[in-house]
Design a protein. Structure first.
Length: 207
């Protein structure tokens, strides 16, 4: 019974929103707008539950002295400080909250994304090793594209930037569109499985 109710809700809403999308009308648009308002209302307690779950997770890590438990203290302390500052009214432009966000959190996020460049370089090295004809084509294509994007490429051959642009706009775009079609079909199949109750992993189990 606990699983049948969510499945019934997903089925009804899935069919209604599919009809609303493909057969728009004033009534269906009103239903859509009302549902969005309810989403905002529901998201507030859902956010509170998510924060509580995250705090409990870090508290358990600290109690059990798991690997990296010191970072949990850093997270809890930073979260408490930012929350206190936010409730104290320091969220205006130039306030302490925005300054911490702009000059502390944003640079740390940029640093994390910068670290990903090393992983991307390592992955590119493994992918571009010419162990097969396909890998050789990938290596040569990447070499031409990268060479065409720098001034040295234009100095070596005047037509290299144009060739690089053509490879990005024609073969690469065709591949991206094929991948996009595959993603769309996969998403549609997954959505249908969820609406029809064939996919139940989101309920916390397969039965």
């Amino acid at each position: 019974m606990k699983k049948n109710v969510p499945l019934a809700i997903v089925l009804v809403l899935g069919v209604l929103f599919a009809v609303q999308y493909f057969v728009p009308s004033r009534l269906s648009q009103r239903l859509y707008d009302t549902t969005l308002e309810w989403d905002i209302i529901i998201s507030i307690p859902a956010l509170a539950i998510a924060v509580d779950s995250l705090v409990r997770h870090h508290v358990v890590r600290i109690r059990q002295r798991r690997k990296g438990w010191g970072y949990s203290w850093v997270y809890l302390g930073a979260a408490a400080v930012m929350t206190a500052i936010g409730f104290s009214g320091g969220i205006s432009e130039g306030g302490l909250f925005m300054n911490l966000f702009t000059f502390a959190l944003a640079p740390m996020q940029s640093t994390m994304f910068a670290i990903l460049a090393f992983y991307m370089t390592s992955a590119a090295y493994r992918a571009f090793r010419a162990r097969s004809p396909e890998a050789t084509v990938l290596l040569l294509s990447a070499f031409v594209v990268m060479l065409g994007l720098i001034p040295v490429g234009a100095a070596l051959w005047r037509g290299l930037p144009g060739l690089s642009e053509w490879m990005m706009q024609v073969p690469n775009m065709a591949s991206k569109r094929g991948i996009t079609f595959g993603i769309g079909l996969g998403s549609a199949a997954t959505i249908l499985k969820i609406i029809l109750g064939l996919e139940r992993s989101w309920l916390g189990g397969s039965e």
